[in-house]
Design a protein around this ligand. Structure first.
Ligand code: DHB
Ligand code: MG
Length: 213
């Protein structure tokens, strides 16, 4: 597809299927206003995340990398009444902002924000496995650890999804540690014996895998 057609298609999906409501607009605006990095999912990616959570009937979801709660709101909105999202955030400021945003969105009863590094907090969640869905959008150098955790703690048929699979193009000519980490993550997911997977070409690339065994 040529560039301008693909841009039109992207805008078309954004306009008709992924329009941000007042809550998501507020959260995006507050993310900037409070000085947090403006690296939340774009609306089309967020809608895809929402839809995948719903599609697999997920009730118990783990997210690594809460930031301001934008993606978490999209996840929590796809959960059944008794569904639960546990979201892990390394920054105490981000965790505090996100808690306020889950409250603002009327989702505080469905979401638990745990403050700490993903690699430290995930082991504490193991006792309550299996989970239905895991969304990874955190430190790229640990994506392989998060994938290993997903392989061991998702149910069969559970889904792992990861942001930044294309890493802004860094995977094509890897130089930094993060570039190499994303190359390794993508290839390990592609060849993983326990996941059937692909990368969806939306935003910065959304890697998706369903656990088969
Ligand atoms: C960065 C991290 C992200 O998860 C993202 O979506 C974009 C940028 C970063 O660390 O630069
Ligand atoms: Mg990201």
């Amino acid at each position: 597809m040529n560039q301008s057609l693909s841009q039109r298609c992207h805008a078309y999906v954004s306009e008709h299927f992924a329009r941000e409501d007042e809550t998501l607009r507020y959260v995006r605006q507050q993310t900037a206003a409070r000085g947090l990095p403006q690296i939340s999912l774009e609306p089309n990616e967020a809608k895809l995340l929402h839809l995948l959570v719903r599609l697999c009937g997920a009730a118990r979801v783990v997210e690594v990398g809460t930031l301001a709660g934008y993606s978490g709101i999209c996840i929590a909105r796809a959960l059944p009444d008794d569904g639960q999202l546990i979201t892990i955030e390394v920054s105490s400021l981000h965790a505090e902002v996100a808690r306020a945003h889950f409250e603002y969105a009327g989702l505080a009863d469905k979401v638990t924000v745990l403050q700490g590094a993903g690699v430290d907090v995930l082991p504490k969640l193991a006792a309550d496995a299996p989970y239905d869905f895991m969304f990874i959008d955190a430190d790229k150098g640990n994506y392989h650890n998060y994938l290993a955790w997903a392989a061991d703690h998702l149910r069969i048929g559970g889904v792992v999804m990861a942001d930044n699979a294309f890493w802004g193009g860094g995977i094509f000519d890897p130089k930094s540690d993060d570039d190499h980490a994303m190359v390794a993550f993508n290839l390990s997911l592609a060849e993983h014996p326990r996941f059937d997977s692909t990368i969806i070409e939306v935003g910065d690339g959304i890697a998706v895998g369903v656990k088969t065994c």
